[in-house]
Design a protein around this ligand. Structure first.
Ligand code: DX5
Ligand code: ZN
Length: 215
């Protein structure tokens, strides 16, 4: 298993002060930023698109971990790559062909990940693991921050960890939804090496201290 990477979810940041919120992450020496893109169709919520990613790209060197909760991810990959995404993660349940979407994201020069909802079996990912840089196991139903961690998702995470280790794959296993100092430990024990945390990190009075409790 690789070293732990934290990916604070911008969704829980103060949107009136994004430049400083991003700086806060950098000041804590956290290397990634998780950007939740929602289209009001794949999930019942709308957030932001490529223009916001491009604006933040101008003020930050963080690794942009873009989580697309949208239909037609293949169509939008180029726009997010151009705006500064480093990794683009799309949902296995989204409308586009999975192989074609992986190909398109790679052709755009980005790393590629696939996310699965809590109700989706990890077996849908097995044909693609060799081609991926990351798998995202959602521990809440995608669409909103601030929900409670669903521990029933840990079994499939552990199975994915075992499969990756057996195959000698170095892709990252990321967990997203309801992560805090307690649930983060549970996710780690079950094989996660990348933790998304929104409310827990951006909502804390001291992000550095909150982040330290996750290591
Ligand atoms: C939910 C998003 C998450 C969310 C996590 O659809 O994918 O990234 O922002 O927020 P917390 O950590 O508050 O559950
Ligand atoms: Zn997310």
């Amino acid at each position: 298993m690789q070293n732990l990477i934290l990916s604070p979810s911008l969704l829980a940041a103060d949107f009136s002060d994004l430049k400083n919120e991003v700086k806060k992450v950098e000041d804590c020496h956290i290397p990634w930023l998780h950007l939740d893109v929602m289209d009001g169709h794949f999930v019942p919520n709308i957030t932001f698109g490529p223009p916001l990613v491009a604006s933040l790209r101008k003020v930050s060197n963080l690794f942009f971990d873009v989580h697309l909760m949208i239909d037609h991810p293949k169509f939008y990959a180029a726009a997010f790559a151009k705006s500064g995404a480093d990794l683009i993660c799309f949902h296995a349940e989204a409308s586009d062909d999975i192989d074609e979407t992986i190909e398109e994201i790679k052709n755009c020069g980005c790393q590629v990940g696939i996310a699965i909802r809590p109700g989706t079996d990890e077996t849908v990912l097995l044909p693609y693991l060799e081609k991926l840089d990351l798998v995202l196991v959602m521990t809440v139903e995608p669409g909103f921050g601030g929900q409670s961690f669903r521990s029933e998702c840990m079994e499939k995470l552990a199975r994915l960890r075992q499969i990756c280790d057996e195959k000698g794959l170095t892709l990252r296993l990321e967990v997203d939804g309801g992560i805090n100092d307690k649930t983060g430990k549970i996710a780690r024990e079950n094989g996660a090496d990348t933790l998304v945390a929104g409310t827990y990190l951006f909502g804390s009075a001291d992000m550095e201290k909150a982040a330290a409790a996750l290591y």
